[in-house]
Write a protein that binds this ligand. Structure first.
Ligand code: HEM
Length: 437
C-alpha cells in the first residue's frame, strides 16, 4: 500500500474522531442549556483568583456589584455560585431550604469557625438529623443550657478579676487576646468539662477526659453526651482561635466610640446599680446593650459566608442552579447593604432600637447566625455570653488605648473571616470593683 494513502486514512480517522467528540459535546451542552449566573472573565487554570484583592468578603462584594447578586466564581479548579442579595438568600434559606440543606467542605484553608466539626459540615442526611436532634433536645436545653450559662458567667468573673489585677499594677493588656482566650476557654469548658489550656501537651489529657464515664446526669458535658449516644470522638464543635476573634470586636468598637460607650454604661448603671456585677438575667432590661451586640455581629460576623450545597437542580432568582453546586452566601455584604442600612459602614447600635423600621420585614439582611435548618443552634447561648461579657467590661472599667491610638476595626487582614489583623494593647482603669469587700 502507498504510504500517502495510509497517511490520508490516518488523518481522516483523526478528523472524524474530533468531529464526533465535538458533536457529543454540543449535544450535551444543548441538553444542559439553561440560564446560569454570569461570571467575570476567567484566566486559564487560576480562574478568578487574580481578581481577589483584600479579604474574600470584600472582594466578592466588589465583583457582585459588577456581575450581579448571583454570579459564578472559579478559584483554581473549584467552582462556586456567590449570592449577594437578600432575595436570593431568602429563596435558598427559606423557600428551597431542604434543597440546599447540605454544606460543602470548606477546603484546606481555615475557612470557617467550624472547619473541623463533622456535624457542622455534614451532608443533609441521617447523621446530621441525629446530631441536630441531640443538640436541640439534650445539649441546648434545661440544665445543660443553664450549666453553659454558668460557665460563661464564671469565665467572665475570672476575666474581670485578672483585669482588676492588671489595672492595679498599671499594666496594659491585649484586649483582643484576652477576649479570645475567654471565648476559647468557655467553649472548651463547655465541650470537655475542664478549663482549656494553651499547652499542646494537654491534647492527650483531653482525649482521656472525654472517654471517662460520668454517673451524674447533670454533670455530663457535651462530649459525654456525644460519646455516650454516638461513639464518635470527632463530633465535637471546635472553634478556632483566629476566627473567634470577631466575637468580641465589641470592645474595640466601643473604645473607638466613647459616646456609645457612655450611653451603654448609663443604661447598665440605671438597671444594675453600683453594688453588683451585671448578670445574664439583667439583659432583657438592657435594650441598648442588646443593640450594641447586634450591631457588632452585623459589622463583624465571625462567619462572613454561609455555605450550601444544592441537592437537586433548582431555579434561584431566575437562574438555573444545578445539583451539586457549591453556594457561598455573602452575609458580610448583605449586612452592609446601603438599600437596607443607613450609613452601613458606621457603628450605630441605635439602628436596632425601638421603633426603628430598618429591619422590619428585612431579616434576610441580618444573618450572623445563618438561617433555616442549617442555622446556628447555639445562637441564644452565644448572645447571652456576648451580652454578659460586654456588659461587665463596660461596667467595671474605663479603657485607654496605648499611646492614644485608635483600634483599627476595618483592618480585615487577608483571610476569609475578616478578623482583625492586629492586637489591641490597652489599659484597663478600674471604675468599679464588684469583688471589693
Ligand atoms: C457569636 C457566636 C456564634 C456565631 C456568630 C455563630 C454563627 C454560626 C453560623 C453563621 C453558622 C452557620 C449557619 C448557617 O449555615 O446557616 C453556625 C452553625 C453552627 N453553630 Fe454557631 N455560632 C456561634 C456560637 C455557637 C455556639 C456557642 C454553639 C454551640 C453551643 C454553636 C453551634 C453551632 C453548630 C453545631 C452549627 C452547625 C449547625 C448545622 O450545620 O446544622 N455556635 N454558627
Amino acid at each position: 500500500m502507498a504510504p500517502t494513502l495510509v497517511l490520508t486514512d490516518f488523518l481522516l480517522l483523526i478528523i472524524s474522531t474530533l468531529l464526533l467528540v465535538l458533536l457529543v459535546k454540543s449535544l450535551r451542552n444543548s441538553k444542559s442549556k439553561g440560564k446560569y449566573p454570569p461570571s467575570a472573565p476567567a484566566l486559564p487554570i487560576i480562574g478568578h483568583i487574580h481578581l481577589l484583592k483584600s479579604g474574600l468578603p470584600t472582594s466578592f462584594a466588589t465583583l457582585a456589584r459588577k456581575y450581579g447578586p448571583l454570579m459564578q466564581i472559579r478559584l483554581g479548579a473549584a467552582k462556586f455560585v456567590v449570592v449577594s442579595d437578600a432575595k436570593s438568600a431568602q429563596e435558598i434559606l427559606r423557600t428551597f431550604d431542604t434543597d440546599f440543606a447540605s454544606k460543602f467542605q470548606p477546603g484546606p484553608t481555615n475557612y470557617h469557625i467550624y472547619e473541623d466539626s463533622s456535624f457542622a459540615n455534614a451532608p443533609y442526611g441521617a447523621y446530621w438529623k441525629f446530631m441536630k436532634k441531640l443538640f436541640m433536645t439534650k445539649l441546648l436545653t434545661g440544665s445543660q443550657l443553664q450549666r453553659f450559662t454558668n460557665i460563661g458567667e464564671q469565665e467572665t468573673i475570672k476575666l474581670i478579676k485578672s483585669l482588676l489585677n492588671r489595672s492595679k499594677a498599671g499594666e496594659p493588656c491585649d484586649l483582643t487576646a484576652e477576649l479570645t482566650e475567654v471565648t476559647h476557654s468557655t467553649i472548651y469548658k463547655m465541650a470537655i468539662g475542664r478549663r482549656y489550656s494553651n499547652n499542646p501537651s494537654q491534647a492527650a489529657e483531653i482525649r482521656k477526659i472525654i472517654t471517662y464515664n460520668c454517673e451524674n446526669d447533670d454533670e455530663k458535658d457535651v462530649m459525654d453526651i456525644l460519646l455516650e449516644t454516638y461513639k464518635d470522638a470527632d463530633a465535637e464543635v471546635k472553634l478556632t482561635r483566629d476566627q473567634i476573634k470577631n466575637f468580641f470586636m465589641a470592645m474595640e468598637e466601643l473604645i473607638n466610640h466613647p459616646n456609645i460607650f457612655k450611653i451603654l454604661r448609663e443604661e447598665i448603671d440605671s438597671i444594675v446599680g453600683n453594688n453588683r456585677l451585671i448578670k445574664e438575667s439583667d439583659v432583657p432590661k438592657l435594650p441598648y446593650l442588646q443593640a450594641v451586640a447586634k450591631e457588632i455581629l452585623r459589622l463583624h460576623p465571625p462567619s462572613p459566608f454561609l455555605r450550601r450545597l444544592s441537592n437537586k437542580d433548582s431555579k434561584i432568582n431566575g437562574f438555573d442552579i444545578q445539583k451539586g453546586t457549591r453556594v457561598f452566601i455573602n452575609v458580610y455584604m448583605l449586612m452592609r447593604d446601603p438599600n437596607c442600612y443607613k450609613e452601613p459602614e458606621k457603628f450605630m447600635p441605635e439602628r436596632f432600637l425601638g421603633n426603628c423600621t430598618e429591619m422590619k420585614g428585612r431579616d434576610f439582611h441580618y444573618l450572623p447566625f445563618g438561617r433555616g435548618r442549617r442555622g446556628c443552634p447555639g445562637a441564644s447561648l452565644a448572645k447571652s455570653l456576648l451580652h454578659a461579657t460586654i456588659g461587665a467590661l463596660v461596667q467595671c472599667f474605663d479603657w485607654k488605648v496605648k499611646d492614644g491610638e485608635k483600634a483599627d476595626t476595618e483592618a480585615t487582614g487577608t483571610g476569609y473571616s475578616g478578623a482583625f489583623a492586629s492586637p489591641l494593647p490597652c489599659y484597663p482603669i478600674t471604675r468599679f470593683d464588684p469583688f471589693q469587700e
